[in-house]
Design a protein around this ligand. Structure first.
Ligand code: ANZ
Ligand code: ZN
Ligand code: ZN
Length: 825
């Protein structure tokens, strides 16, 4: 039976069709005995289509899924579309088409492209977030959180992006700018919003990082974002009053050095404390501060400003009155919104005190050397100017002062987190409506669960509004409703929920995607979750990846699931760049896979992307680099065509290709070939779990060279190669498998086992003589060439000194044993 030459188009469309027909990628979720859930971050279906960055991410995840399946696991590798959100909505506004019309087109294109890439995706469990069958459950989740006090409404200062026309979460503010609009500063506005209580899980979010198997960079990002700090709340009596001012400090050891206090301009006590003389100045200052941009306020470099309140507090350690100021460098959201200022040991306080000529009292002295000049001393040392604590090491004093003050009832050791609650209201159209109702009589009332979903109405005018206004509020048939409790007139909540809520639980839905009666089936969930392996971009470290963890913890505590961590293992892939530069729409160099797949095939594109460098570090896509891969696949194909075609009675036994290698016969392997084969099986199997795809592919290329040059290949070798290739180039692997006479998909083959005896490094000691006299030995791989041994000899100084400077007349080489240099002079 003559085989057709390598033709990516023919082979790939054939296997894609067959996989679909035979449901190759649809595991039986109920019967599976050894379930393994591989997850890739589902795409957001933009109008531009899938780009190679997505393909890079997905292929890397797919290799894992395929590998574990070859290890015998029942692999579930689902996919879906995250199609709600501002991005789609903005695009819809720009092209003046309703998102409801655009999304299906985009999804269809994405689906085509994903299928074209030969990913082992189970399309029977596809999920689309814009589908009411899905977002009904987003609303249901909202109601569960509400019932358990984890969703609440509050008037709070929030981040408003004037370009997005909506409030955004803290996590979406990057250096004070909107993540979607890097040139637009986020404004602080006080608005009534819905929040999820992520802070209730701050400690657990931090603690579990100790044991979850995640990329270190992602865990570090989460740790920093959670930002745990330990310190104390200390109460300062207010001069001439009965109440106290509470501050949060991480440095109770510096209490004797507190020379003034600072309150945030928004602090509620400011109005109470201000003296008559200072009232106008303070009011003007506070007014200006609230109008200030968040970025500017957070800028530590900015010159300090502030106003004296005209009131004093009493330092609890020495009963000294110290003045209270208001300044915008103290933030209302953190700690208690007020601080004790210690200019000798805090840089911001130092700058402030210098500017306003407030006293600076050092209370910690460095163990060696003196205090620095012109700046605060922020390190540890020995206590000075601190009454009974003088001479104590500062770290010891830190604990001691806290305990002493606690005993007096004026302080309390506390823990603070930088993490804030998740603001999930969006004043936009393209998202799931928040399922709440405002009744004049009953107040805020949840939509009864049996009335879900609250459908997003199809409205023509979905343009966003100015702060406070919302598109859904303008649409009266939606907005005006009746109260589920008293049947009186009421209003629907007109905010939609954050897109990140949609994506925070999608992996729970996949296994149960076909069940409209529950969000996730308990049985299937028990069987398939938590996700075994998740692969995605680290840009989601404190957004998606934090939200999912929060929700899972909440679900577990509400009794909805049995696990607190969604992903057993998470690996962040590297960034794919193009010709040395960032790939982005603004750079105009975003590449889609289509042209490459058309020209070379999906197997080539997959392998090329994975060959670029270590997967967790990323790679540089260059058009010039891709051509080596199809040549490799062609050679594999030709080798199998020749050897298997010949066995079937074809006459051609010689490889007639331009590189003219011999065609091996079928028969026992030479030792050398066996060693290479077993070493490669080991190498590829070791490399895939650690995402070292580039070196695995390089090993496959070497193995191919060995196999093509071998006099004979046995069945084990012929079957092993396509299996090792299958995770990377699944279409060609299937084709080879079929050429070998198999009827089943190679996906259901088993990873070959290597013989450990054959994978040992095979090295030999070679005796080196000069004029017959032994001068030393060199250790070389077995069968090293004469040239390589000579090089090694000359690199060994102890031997080389007997040879260099003399004329080498002859070199006698006994392979694997001896090298004798015959020299003159
Ligand atoms: C006195 C002190 C002395 C402080 C010293 C620091 C050094 P972290 O570590 O990030 O948690 N602080 C407290 N609340 C604040 C607020 N709302 N806005 C601005 N600054 C605030 O920072 C805690 C420290 O930051 C606290 O400890 C407080 O200053 C300040 F040598 O208190 B410290
Ligand atoms: Zn924006
Ligand atoms: Zn009512």
């Amino acid at each position: 039976m003559p085989f057709e030459p390598y033709d990516a188009q023919r082979i790939e469309s054939k296997w894609q069709m067959r996989w679909a027909e035979q449901k190759t990628n649809e595991p039986d979720l109920e019967k599976a005995e050894d379930p393994f859930y591989t997850l890739m971050m589902f795409p957001y279906p933009s109008a531009e289509g899938l780009h190679v960055g997505n393909v890079y991410a997905f292929t890397g995840a797919d290799i894992q899924g395929r590998y574990y399946r070859l290890q015998g696991k029942n692999v579930f590798e689902p996919i879906g579309f995250d199609a709600f959100g501002i991005h789609s909505e903005n695009f819809a506004l720009r092209v003046n088409t309703h998102p409801q019309k655009l999304i299906p087109q985009n999804v269809a294109n994405f689906r085509r492209q994903l299928k074209m890439m030969g990913l082992m995706l189970d399309w029977s469990h596809e999920v689309q977030t814009t589908d009411p069958r899905y977002y009904k459950w987003c609303q249901w989740i909202f109601l569960q959180l509400y019932k358990h006090g984890l969703a609440y409404q509050d008037v709070a200062p929030v981040n408003w992006c004037p370009k997005c026309h909506t409030v955004i979460a803290n996590e979406q503010v990057i250096d004070g700018k909107c993540e979607r609009h890097p040139d637009t500063e986020v404004e602080r506005k006080k608005l009534k919003q819905w929040f999820f209580k992520t802070t209730a899980y701050a400690q657990q979010l931090l603690d579990n990082l100790e044991w979850i198997d995640w990329s270190e960079i992602t865990k570090t990002a989460q740790r920093n974002w959670i930002g745990r700090s330990t310190g104390a709340d200390v109460d300062f009596r207010l001069e001439g009053r009965d109440d106290t001012l509470r501050v949060y400090t991480t440095r109770p050891d510096t209490l004797y050095g507190a020379t003034y206090m600072v309150m945030a301009p928004e602090h509620p006590l400011v109005k109470d404390l201000v003296s008559a003389e200072q009232a106008a100045a303070v009011a003007a200052y506070c007014e200006a501060a609230t109008r200030m941009k968040a970025v500017d306020r957070a800028d530590a470099e900015r010159e300090k400003t502030g106003v004296f309140l005209g009131a004093n507090a009493i330092n609890p350690v020495n009963d000294q009155p110290i003045p209270i100021w208001v300044s915008d460098y103290v933030l209302i959201e953190y700690g208690t919104g007020a601080i004790m200022a210690v200019p000798a040991h805090d840089q911001r306080d130092y700058e402030f005190a210098t500017k306003f000529e407030l006293p600076i009292i050092p209370v910690i002295s460095p163990v060696e050397g003196g205090l620095p000049d012109g700046e605060a001393y922020t390190d540890e040392g020995v206590m000075i100017n601190s009454g009974p604590y003088d001479g104590t090491p500062s770290l010891e004093c830190l604990k001691k002062i806290t305990v002493d003050l606690e005993a007096r009832g004026v302080a309390k050791a506390t823990v603070q987190y930088r993490l804030r609650d998740w603001c999930i209201s969006r004043q936009r159209y393209w998202g799931p409506p928040i399922p709440m109702i405002d009744c004049e009589k009953c107040g805020t009332v949840p939509v009864p669960e049996d009335q879900l979903p609250v459908l997003l109405p199809e409205i023509e005018d979905f343009r966003p509004d100015s702060p406070g206004g919302k598109p859904l509020e303008r649409h009266k048939p939606f907005f005006e409703t009746t109260c589920p409790t008293c049947s009186g007139p009421a209003h629907r909540e007109a905010d939609v929920s954050d897109n990140f809520l949609d994506s925070a639980w999608y992996f729970l839905r996949y296994p149960s995607a076909d069940n409209d009666n529950v969000a996730w089936e308990p049985e299937k969930t028990r069987k398939w979750l938590p996700v075994d392996l998740y692969v995605g971009g680290n840009e989601h470290a404190v957004l998606h990846l934090m939200y999912t963890r929060f929700l899972c913890m909440a679900f577990k505590d509400m009794g909805l699931t049995e696990f607190a961590e969604p992903f057993k293992k998470f690996r962040a892939h590297g960034l794919l760049i193009k010709e040395g530069g960032k790939m982005s729409k603004t750079h105009g160099n975003v590449i889609t896979p289509d042209a490459y797949v058309e020209q070379y095939g999906a197997d080539t594109l997959r392998m090329y992307l994975m060959f670029l460098g270590p997967y967790t570090e990323g790679g540089d896509f260059r058009d010039s680099g891709i051509v080596g891969i199809p040549r490799f696949l062609e050679r594999v194909h030709r080798l199998y065509s020749n050897i298997l075609g010949a066995a079937d009675g074809a006459t051609e036994t010689r490889d007639s290709s331009r590189d003219g290698a011999e065609t091996p016969q079928r028969g026992a392997l030479e030792k050398k070939t066996a060693i290479k084969l077993h070493q490669t099986i080991k190498k590829v199997g070791d490399d895939i779990p650690i995402f070292a795809y580039n070196t695995a592919i390089a090993a496959l290329m070497e193995l191919l060279t060995e196999m093509r040059g071998a006099p004979a290949l046995d069945d084990f070798a012929l079957e092993a190669f396509p299996i090792l290739l299958a995770p990377f180039a699944p279409h060609e692997a299937e084709e080879l498998w079929e050429m070998l006479g198999h009827k089943d998909s190679i996906c259901d083959a088993r990873w070959p086992e290597y013989d450990p005896a054959l994978t040992l490094k095979d090295e030999v000691e070679i005796a080196v003589q000069v004029l017959g006299k032994l001068r030393g030995t060199v250790s070389m791989p077995r069968d090293a060439s004469k040239e390589n041994i000579e090089t090694a000899v000359m690199a060994d100084e102890r031997i080389a000194k007997h040879i260099s400077g003399r004329q080498v007349i002859k070199v006698i080489h006994v392979p694997n044993r001896l090298m004798n240099f015959v020299v003159k002079g």
